[in-house]
Write a protein that binds this ligand. Structure first.
Ligand code: SF4
Length: 370
């Protein structure tokens, strides 16, 4: 390897390719992706939308940080066996009679044997409430560790929703590695680093859900296998699209223009929305100036109010009173109680379907000016 090569060739193999016997080999990290994209990859379709330099940098940053996450886990007491960076162990699962999923696990590991006091308490409560001890379940057992890096927003989403909802492809990947490595369902660990704050955390996907993720992924691969058996490696016999137009996975797809020509960034039809009143650059500049004026006007009164309230809070605490009257004005020390949910434990304890009923998601839009 020269100095600029991050990884050996095995890591840069195509998402899918045909083997000498006519079967298809799919990369584990792509096995939960779009089957049409896999077909483009296997039939050597020319890439129409290569990742730009910024996307490549993000990708390489994620790759470079994987050993950092593993070392951090080791420092936290995990017994980590990282994959060999030069000759990684290949694992392989026969997902269908003519489709094989292959890959290289980032690492395997064993959880720290002595959980901290908070974990012990939570496990004890979990035992009482649910009859199981999620933190203890795979203690001592070797598990696959799948390392991911996410930006702050994606990290928060993963922590709240769990990997099965936020990044199901990572769970399918870990499931293939688990079966390929151990030949059975086991708990799998998704370790994720927030690239903004450089903090990391783990999620344990229990063995029964690893099994389900593998079954779902194998069903998709079996459909691809039937398509291959019916059409042979015909580049023009495309499988149906797996994602709707506009899906984020399509926007990042290297064959976006080939698959959905109207979605192409060059498509002039996409440049403006005919139903919206056009906003000129001058309008936007005026909006920023108004925003700055409003912000300046708000800033000082807000700060002065906070300082006054802090003074009054210290005064009330000093008196040990919750209510007081000063110069005819009533002053109260109001307590606000907040309840928080430990999403990590919730994600481990409950099926994604149950969680979907409890943790709901909504999207709103706002504009930020910096
Ligand atoms: S553009 Fe979307 S539907 Fe088409 S191949 Fe890519 S991921 Fe699949």
């Amino acid at each position: 390897m020269n100095a600029t090569e991050a990884r050996p060739d095995v890591y840069s193999r195509p998402a899918a390719r045909f083997a000498g016997d006519g079967s298809m080999e799919v990369r584990a990290s792509a096995a939960a992706g779009c089957r049409r994209a896999l077909w483009y990859a296997a039939t050597d379709r020319e890439i129409t939308n290569p990742p730009d330099a910024a996307a490549v940098t993000v990708l390489e940053t994620g790759t470079a940080l994987e050993p950092v996450v593993l070392r951090a886990m080791a420092r936290a007491g995990w017994e980590i066996t990282p994959g060999d960076p030069v000759e990684p162990e290949e694992v392989s699962v026969e997902a269908a009679s003519n489709v094989r999923v292959v890959g290289h696990p980032d690492a395997t590991g064993r959880m720290p044997l002595l959980p901290d006091a908070a974990s012990e308490e939570a496990s004890r409560i979990g035992m009482l409430l649910f009859g199981s001890m999620p933190q203890i379940r795979c203690l001592g057992g070797e598990t696959v560790v799948e390392v991911k890096t996410r930006g702050p927003e994606a990290f928060r989403r993963w922590k709240t929703l769990g990997a099965e909802r936020s990044h199901p492809e990572a769970v399918a990947q870990a499931a293939f590695y688990t079966y390929g490595k151990f030949g059975e369902a086991r708990d799998a660990v998704i370790a994720t680093m927030d690239t903004g704050a450089r903090r990391w955390d783990i999620e344990v996907v229990p063995a029964d859900r690893v099994e389900r993720a593998l079954e779902d992924a194998c069903e998709r691969m079996a459909q691809l296998g039937r398509h291959l058996a019916l059409n042979g490696p015909d580049p023009d016999a495309l499988p149906d699209r797996d994602f709707p137009s506009g899906d984020w996975r399509c926007r990042r797809c290297p064959w976006l223009t080939a698959c959905l020509p109207r979605e192409s960034p060059e498509d002039p039809d996409d440049a403006t929305d005919a139903d919206e009143t056009p906003v000129t650059d001058a309008d936007a500049r005026d909006a920023i100036a108004s925003y700055d004026d409003a912000r300046t006007a708000m800033k000082d009164p807000g700060a002065a109010r906070r300082t006054a309230l802090d003074t009054l809070k210290a005064w009330m605490r000093g008196r040990g009173d919750k209510k007081a009257t000063l110069d005819g004005r009533k002053v109260s020390l109001v307590e606000t109680r907040r309840f928080s949910v430990d999403h990590r434990r919730l994600n481990e304890m409950l099926d994604p379907e149950d969680r979907r009923r409890i943790v709901t998601e909504s999207v709103s839009e706002h504009v930020r000016v910096t």
